[in-house]
Design a protein around this ligand. Structure first.
Ligand code: ASP
Length: 585
């Protein structure tokens, strides 16, 4: 038997018991006449002691052979500690060792395996299995597992069935590039890895399964922004005979269940906001509503006062940064530089201090009177002590830029409290968006999303105005889920493919299987998918998904532990009928 107890289990009530423990040696303190060893496993740390008076010389010699991270089994008696450690559950006891057995030796680890470590990120990724031994990493994986179990329990309780869908498929259009896999048995042909199980879950609805879910890996070959992974996990769901309202209710319920079970947080009904409102009020389709600084549009108040910079613009819009009237000129200039950086791309920033004494001071005093600025303040809901920040330009980009500034101010003002949870639904997304580069319409969600029935008539005449039965669930400024009611009628689906610029042949070739299925009695259906990695990280008060993935990839999409992607043998390439030019190995 390797152990009678784990290393997190024993306490003062076990004093006098003879126990067997196994684990890794975390630290060794050798005082000559006495040695203390911290033994670690997933459950905690137990202090072991060998002392000259009570141990044989052989035992002492054996203990001296130990090194950091050695795997050992010890037998001994639980005794009360002289100097207790109130910070850990086992802190009142220690084990007086009677036998030690080294189960495996260990090389000196490349970084310290403690809560605080000296290892840099790349090194820890390379030795991820050692990093996982550390509490901060291990606890995140345990947290993830708990969330997954709560997801399963909620959905299973509601009658959802878990179905696995294939990984070797053909393209699903979620808007990214596909990863492809060559088929040896079908020369020159390729599978694509699923960007999501979208078409399969719809086919499961045609198959009559009614309620489907799956916690599933998805693959998207995108340029990796800071917090993206080429493979990630979704909680993927689909239901038949539902309307948007049914889906929102069930998945609001799921989110509420998770917040309650894993965070102990109870939240009332989630607010809903249309896409148009989210853009107007926050310049963002995933607004963080934990704090204010809502947009105020000032065209009426700021135009026609002789300030040409404003007069010529489509939109003048501002926010009031709370308590920032005291910003020095230098701090304000730094903000102006910040918005002018190419990542934000604004032309500049107009500012107006609403001083504590009720007076105003602005960068445009030449053009605007106290009265004017007071009217701005009212519109912006600014209070004495606030700093009003205005931007102007074409509506879309100005909103985006001001949204960046709003988030930046929230960060500087510490308004993004990770322990506060502010979910909301964003609904009524546009069905299509115009892509300047390719000069054609793109599905904003995906091509299977249903237009709102009342907007179907506009499909050909005014596609940009058509709203979709599509919704996103936003939590603390992050999109954690998104879905839609689907098209289930072959004709509407084929009109949609037309709009997206597919020829009939292309549509048939790529999605014929789905359109054919729609001819055999497809029920009305809809669904949603949550980004599971992101959901878990936000619930845990972090925004770094990589920390919640056991074996993540780095920013270049590499797994530096197993060193992949990697080249493959010429013979393997040949077997796959692939001719690779200019291989760099
Ligand atoms: N397949 C969609 C996605 O991955 C989710 C859905 O529409 O259910 O975003």
């Amino acid at each position: 038997m390797y152990r009678t107890h784990t290393n997190g289990e024993l306490n003062i009530n076990n004093v006098g018991e003879n126990v067997t423990l196994s684990g890794w040696v975390q630290t060794i303190r050798d005082k000559g006449f006495m040695m203390w060893i911290d033994l670690r496993d997933r459950y905690g740390i137990t202090q072991l002691v060998v002392d000259e008076d009570r141990a044989s010389e052989e035992l002492f010699a054996e203990a001296r052979k130990l090194g950091r991270e050695y795997v050992v089994r010890v037998k001994g008696e639980v005794i009360e500690r002289v100097s207790k450690n109130p910070n850990i559950p086992t802190g009142e006891i220690e084990i007086l060792i009677k036998e030690i057995e080294i189960l495996n030796e260990a090389k000196l680890p490349p970084f310290t395996i403690e809560n605080e470590t000296d290892g840099g990120e790349e090194l820890r990724m390379q030795y991820r299995y050692l990093d996982i031994r550390r509490n901060p990493v291990k606890n995140k994986l345990i947290f993830r597992s708990k969330v997954a179990q709560e997801v399963r329990s909620y959905l299973a309780n509601d009658g959802f069935i878990e179905v696995e869908t294939p990984v070797l498929i053909k393209s699903t259009p979620e808007g990214a590039r596909d990863f492809v896999v060559p088929s040896r048995m079908n020369p020159g042909q390729f599978y694509a890895l699923p960007q999501s199980p979208q078409t399969f879950k719809q086919l499961l609805m045609v198959g009559g399964l009614d309620k489907y879910y799956q916690i599933v890996k998805c693959f998207r070959d995108e340029d990796l922004r800071a917090d993206r992974q080429p493979e990630f996990t979704q909680i993927d769901c689909e239901m038949a005979f539902v309307e948007q309202e049914d889906i929102l209710n069930i998945f609001e319920g799921l989110t509420r269940h998770l917040l309650k079970e894993v965070k102990g947080v109870e939240i009332d009904k989630f607010p809903r906001m249309t896409y148009a409102d989210a853009m107007r009020r926050y310049g963002n389709d995933k607004p963080d509503i934990r704090f204010g600084m809502e947009f105020a549009e000032l065209n009426d108040l700021a135009k026609g006062k002789g300030f040409n910079v404003f007069d010529a613009q489509e939109l003048i819009v501002g926010i009031a940064a709370p308590g920032c009237a005291s910003y020095t000129r230098k701090q304000v200039d730094a903000l102006i530089d910040w918005v002018k950086r190419p990542q934000i791309g604004a032309n500049g920033l107009v500012w107006a201090r609403y001083n504590e004494d009720g007076t105003f001071k602005s960068s445009v005093d030449k053009f605007y009177s106290e009265e004017d600025l007071k009217a701005w303040a009212e519109k912006m809901d600014a209070k004495p002590g606030d700093l009003m920040l205005l931007m102007a330009g074409d509506a879309n980009s100005t909103r985006k830029q001001l949204s960046e500034l709003r988030m930046e101010m929230a960060k500087r003002l510490d308004l993004r409290n990770p322990e506060e949870f502010a979910p909301l639904w964003v609904v009524d997304f546009p069905l299509l968006e115009w892509d300047e580069e390719t000069n054609r319409w793109h599905a904003m969600h995906h091509p299977f999303t249903s237009p709102k029935p009342e907007d179907i008539a506009l499909l050909e005449s005014n596609p940009g105005e058509v709203r979709a039965n599509a919704y996103d669930l936003v939590l603390n400024g992050n999109e954690i889920g998104g879905g839609s009611i689907r098209i289930f009628n072959k004709d509407v689906q084929s009109r949609m493919f037309d709009l997206l610029g597919f020829t009939k042949e292309e549509a048939q070739k790529q999605f014929g299987f789905l359109m054919n299925a729609f001819e055999y009695g497809a029920p009305p259906h809809g669904g949603i998918a949550f980004g599971f990695d992101r959901l878990v990280s936000i619930l845990d008060g972090s925004e770094t998904i990589r920390d919640y993935i056991a074996f993540p990839k780095n920013n270049a999409g590499r797994d530096v532990m197993i060193n992949t992607p990697a080249s493959i043998d010429a013979s393997q390439l040949e077997e796959l009928h692939i001719d690779v030019k200019d291989i760099k190995s």
